[in-house]
Ligand binder design. Sequence first.
Ligand code: SDX
Length: 431
Amino acid sequence: MAKDTVTIIDNSTGKELELPLRRSTLGPAAVDITSLYREFGYLTYDPGFMSTASCRSSITYIDGQEGILLYRGYPIEQLAEQSSYMEVVYLLLYGNLPNTQQLNDFTGSIATHTMINESLRSFYQGFHYDAHPMASLMGVVSSLSSFYPDAADIYDPEQREIAAHRLVAKIPTIAAASYKYSIGEPFVYPKNSLGYCANLLHMMFSVPAEEYVVDPIAAKALDLIFMLHLDHEQNVSTSTVRLSGSTGTNPFACIATGISALWGPAHGGANEAVLKMLEEIGDVKNIAKYIEKAKDKNDPFRLMGFGHRVYKNYDPRAKIIRKMCYEVLDKLGDPNDPMFELARKLEEVALNDEYFVSRKLYPNVDFYSGIIYRALGIPANMFTVMFAVARAPGWVAQWLEMIAEPDQRIGRPRQVYEGATTREYVPLDKR
Ligand code: SDX
């Protein structure tokens, strides 16, 4: 029987090293290279982590060739059709779908932690009045570590669980406050009789002067879009959470690093960038020009919301969101929304263009999400904040899994040094 190993040979010395394979339940096996440096004195070079599995995980599985996404083994399509955001948050945090009692206890616990310390109101004043809400979200989430210092005891499972619940519960309140601050409106307290997403809409859109009733269609749409954003294995922000968490820092600080990594336009910031791009394109008659720009290596313009490191097929989340657009626009917005028409046409042109076809570039999760957020009345600078709120429980689940990992060590990549070799210091007056 073939051995479950890979042998590498150093051609300069003829030395052979047999490396074990780590088998996955789904997807490719990984060559375990942990002994490579010790045995051979070599490092591996993999910028952008094209071929690197940074950890073991049982949370999310992606088959990028087939366009498959599973949360704890459940296909995203089944969850989107039959489940709810809170149920799937529970699934990610605890490993299995909850029964009714477990779900009630969990949502009850989340509801009791939705408020934030009153002193945080003045913390917001430190941000410029037109600060991007991602900036204040990041700062305020990080500041939670000062209110809950016990969370620093990450080896106490009870502390970990309560910190997890606090993060899930408070991030919508903080996000809504970031939005209210950016538009100069008073902060709205959470209303725990509302569901998770309805509560977020209430905190974002109600004002003390008027009665506000959350539209159940809007709350349901947000619930689904949040579920689609919940987790996505070792993407940049999740890897950032794990890397900072590997030092033993507290969970609030870890999640703040995830928010900062998410902000970039190549990652979660793409949803805001898509809308800006559609506004810039403006009309279907300009599509050809922008497709050419996206293909031109001398032009920095790229088709935002297109392409993915792992998916070389249609992102299954984008498929669901695209379908949602029809339903949401039909019920809440303009069924003939010119932005949606422009996006669909742009997609059609790109998917028939040799450049995009040969590189397997398809719409990703961010391509259509902004169209839905817009129909819900959410402004573009809040799109990435919405992504962060939806993703936070995924980050928390990954952080919890990392702490429980027996092999867990501080993450410390090496480098291929290409700088000067040792040289003598020359005093200033001799240079
Ligand atoms: C998210 O990883 C995750 O899981 C992330 C995410 C999550 O749930 O957490 O799914 C969320 O971040 C989605 C991605 C959002 N970003 C964008 O939509 C920004 C636009 N996309 C690209 O910048 C890009 O496709 C990335 C960053 C998403 C992926 O980058 P890769 O894997 O490094 O791919 P690449 O840059 O090497 O691209 C391969 C080729 C290149 O051309 P060649 O050099 O081979 O000729 O495809 C080209 C690229 O120039 N290309 C594009 C393109 N994306 C890739 N060309 C034009 N427009 C694009 N959008």
